[in-house]
Design a protein around this ligand. Sequence first.
Ligand SMILES: [Zn+2]
Ligand SMILES: [Zn+2]
Length: 250
Amino acid sequence: MEEFNRVKVKLVTCSFFWGSLLMLDYFFPRTCFLCSAAGDDLCVHCQQKLKVICRGVFCTVCGKPFTAGLKPHPCSDCTKDPPAYDRHRSIFLFDENIKKLVHQFKYQGDFGIKRIIPEFFGAVAAEIPPADIIIPVPLHVNRLRSRGYNQSLVLARVFGKLLCRKVGPRVLKRVKDTPTQTGLDRRQREQNLKKAFGISGKHDVGGKKILLVDDVHTTGVTLNAAASVLKSFGAGEVYALTLAFVPSGF
Ligand SMILES: [Zn+2]
Ligand SMILES: [Zn+2]
């Protein structure tokens, strides 16, 4: 009888949960993030507009998309000056559509992007070697307080679920409160991020394969600085994954 009651409670709770979701959809119907058409988070028309980098040709090191070429190969920048990370991939090419999604996510607290990622993740997942741990690029505590969340941690948790890997939110820390990188060129960004990252004392990254996560790859300076620190603490390999790759001149 006790077992029967437990099942009954579970069924009622479950129906209440799904019922609530249906009610929410009824009163607040989903609309496309980009064109506001009713029906879904991203309508079929807008889905087709997003450019998925790993379905095309790209640099095998930094993941920069190429406009032409037969197969993926290292770009001239990575050949001349290899980055501290071993490999980076972005899901999308940054354009006006992705800019709108990233803006809603990063500055307006709209996490709807979480529901869009799985649809496009297959192509990039095949490009990411298995990692021991996923580490988000951290925000300084002052920035975290003013924004209320770390967008890279939100993404790291989504990727963690999709890749079945654990997330280490406090392994890497931002020890310097740097001004925003927006509007700075590569050299200024490098200067800005000098000694910006550290490893939290109780964590050992020695020999580990790490997947670093950030929201967008603009110049790669942030990922490079974070990967350098991880490598200086003995990390075995550092891969990086971002939502979008900003082409030069965007
Ligand atoms: Zn749409
Ligand atoms: Zn490259």
